[in-house]
Design a binder for this molecule. Sequence first.
Ligand SMILES: C[S@@+](CC[C@H](N)C(=O)[O-])C[C@H]1O[C@@H](n2cnc3c(N)ncnc32)[C@H](O)[C@@H]1O
Length: 251
Amino acid sequence: VRTVLVIGIGTGDPEHVTVQAIGALRRVGVVFVVDKGEATDDLVRLRREICDRYAARPVRLVAIEDPPRDRAPADYGAAVADWHAARAAAWGRAIAEELGEDEVGAFLVWGDPSLYDSTIRVLDAVRTQGVVPFEHEVIPGVSSVQVLCARHRIPLNRVGEPVRITTGRLLAADPRIVEDVVVVLDGQQAFRAVDGDVRIWWGAYLGSPDEILIAGRIGDVTDEIVRRRAEARARKGWILDVYLLRPPEQT
Ligand SMILES: C[S@@+](CC[C@H](N)C(=O)[O-])C[C@H]1O[C@@H](n2cnc3c(N)ncnc32)[C@H](O)[C@@H]1O
């Protein structure tokens, strides 16, 4: 039976690829690459480097074109559901047509597949659609959140305290910080609306040679983050950044 591996590859440092992920890559004959039309050359190149470095034999790259997506829908939930169904149909076709009966294929997922990534959800939908039978396995990867904490040398949570993971869009809708919050996918720099006494640990291009780390009181470091972020984004043409917000300690 066809096997599909969902392999977490870390967030930019080839040394963050785990021994288990390397073992998985050695089994793979086909790597499916989802063409989002917006993928930067740098990120595509990194994936290719990981294949070249760790795969046992030359892998065949199969591009799956992403269906177009309504970026400003009236009904966000329905639009995402439609888009996932169209994606699942395209992925199902690719698995049926490009993967031999006993072949192993893979999706290489940035960071860890469980964190703000839809690969697992789309594959579940492919199975539900029932077009092609396949087994699948998920291999965890080092996530951007883990690299953020490691590079700042901090624990993610305070003793016995919870941590919420959210997006820039949701933080912008409600920027009050009453517990520790990790923010991903923040193109709008929602941290600018957060109370100045909140502490931030911010990181961009984590795990790559371009990594930038800034930490401090929001009131003290926001301008620096905005400036460094804009400079880096202009220079490279893209940016990935993530941060942890922690409310001021109660006295
Ligand atoms: C679609 S989510 C995918 C997260 C990924 N699965 C992970 O485990 O990190 C993309 C977001 O992750 C964060 N991210 C991913 N890679 C990063 C990196 N190298 N440096 C900083 N943030 C990163 C950014 O917040 C980015 O907007």
